[in-house]
Design a protein around this ligand. Sequence first.
Ligand code: GLA
Length: 674
Amino acid sequence: MTLTAPATTRAGIVPGLDRIAFGGDYNPEQWPREVWDDDIKLMTEIGVNLVSVGIFSWVLLEPREGQFDFAWLDDVFDRLHAAGIGVSLGTPTASPPAWFWKQHPDARPVTRDGIPLGFGSRGMMSPSAPAYAAACERIVTALAERYGTHPALRLWHVHNEYGAPVSESYDTHSVDAFRVWLAKRYGTLEHLNDAWGTAFWGQRYGEWDEIDAPRRAATTVNPAQRLDFARFTSDALLACFVRERDILHRLSPGIPVTTNFMATSCPAMDYWKWAREVDIVSNDHYLTGERRDAHVLLAMDADMTRSLAAGKPWLLMEHSTSAVNWQDRNIAKRPGELERNSLSHWARGADGILFFQWRASRSGAEKFHSAIVPHQGAQSRIFTEAAELGRHLGDLRDALGTRVHARAAILWDWESFWAQDLEWRPSKDLSHRRQIENYYTWLWQLGLTVDFAHPEADLASYDLVLAPSLYLMSEAAAANVESFVRAGGTLIAGYFSGIVGVHDNVPAAPLPHGLSAVLGLSIDEFAPLRSGETADLSNGLSGTVWTDLLTATSARTIATYTTGPAAGGAAITRNTLGAGSAWYVSTELDPDGLASALAPALEDARIRADSAREPQLEHITRLGDDVAYEVYLNHTDRTLRLQTDGTDAVSGEPVGGETEIAAGGTRIIRHPIQ
Ligand code: GLA
């Protein structure tokens, strides 16, 4: 496949912004007016052009049911507008007021153990409670009527991180709504009984109202019931978003509506479905500070967000300037890390870099969270670094709308993850997340940009598709993957993939049921390893967690097991089908092991990987119609050198021949393309 530049538009992702969006959550209600003056002055100084306000302001805007006070927000809007700063207006529905909870205790979420959650926090409600729906409609309508056509309004930011910190609710309203959802999905109880396999353990239902949410029971609850409850939960929360969005579209035409995702870190929302409903995909990402490879996980999250946006530019709605406050140990960012993190998101398609939050709070749960203006004020390293980033993003204005091109995709399906994460699997050491991280890290170290794709999505633009951990596969997904291979693609599948169908049922077909013909093998028996046990392979590698006893039907064995329960049997196989090839790795290998075992699979995909490159020099390309931006992020503490020609996109200086990238530094080189 040759690299062709996708068509681009040189307009900002947010209408009315002609530069990369830069700013963050702004909570002026926590501060006296004189601080607002300072805020606006500092924002203007460093090029802030978009701030999110009002996200948690419900009780200030509606202090009593139906009584509104917009005076303070009018003032905020006017000040921001006068300074030329755009507003992303939050709908405050993640934090209903105390008066609401007093009147409607039935709207509180209930845990799987039956505990109703109390007030005093945020992000909690039963998505199916009628009183919550009515209260949301009232406040959102009032906000849209007041600000829907305000000249400073650029974007609607609905709610905050749907699904966090609570997603499933076992309250009465949710149980009622679950039954309605099931009736719509299955039509008849007979179909439901069949799909859930209720013949097992005598669980057959004779009436719809016998069905409950899968609350805590004596032992494992029917896995198909739990999987459907997970699907229902994502849908119920999505319905909350759609209800608000539709009001906003009606009363505030032309202003895009988004809600902030947590791409790879929210286990409860099926974002493939959600992404279809938002006008702009936006995402929140926080480093897992203790992990030395946190920047790789950041890249993975950004690639996932771009994939949710179907390749279009997206907004980084939140990240941190330095430490967060909610991890076990909150690691401060090192000098330069704020810029590297931000540019990694930008390089992977973000046309907006926003932070939580503008000014560090002095009270409340998040007072130890970093901000653009930390407690130390503007005379601080963090503010200085944020200001520098603001300048650099301003210099990148011409790159607005450029796109990222990936030749490889990792299959990702929340439904499969929900199903696999249920109890009573063959090994508690199974982890789809760890498997995906292993494969992603292998490719990241090679400098290969990767998309994520739903298993039923069109895969034709990829040369390489990976299914590191795809436990649940629909028939459509299986057919899709097979046609990809037949048409000349290269597939790499990891163990415990293609095991169940959409009802967490084992189909009457050889395992892996969706992949047996494609991989040219069948699994006779799972042979998971003991804790800490390894299985050696004939190619010198060692696997952990898992092995299979398998029979190769048409596949060729690439490596066998020399120890462990599958000793003598195939460990890694390659099959050809149509014009393509399909690889199977039946054990867990770390990224280096994958690099060594799967180099020939990259050759199958005609992907040339430069094994001599410095793996910690992140390299991503953004493409316009006639221009490429090569982004280099040096994650080492050494100066690195590379050969490149073009113009430094930030300084405007010509670059030719050997170019230096300082320890921990970044370079963006712009060059024309055909
Ligand atoms: C989330 C929330 C923010 C804030 C940050 C702190 O992303 O959306 O309101 O709590 O976490 O990291």
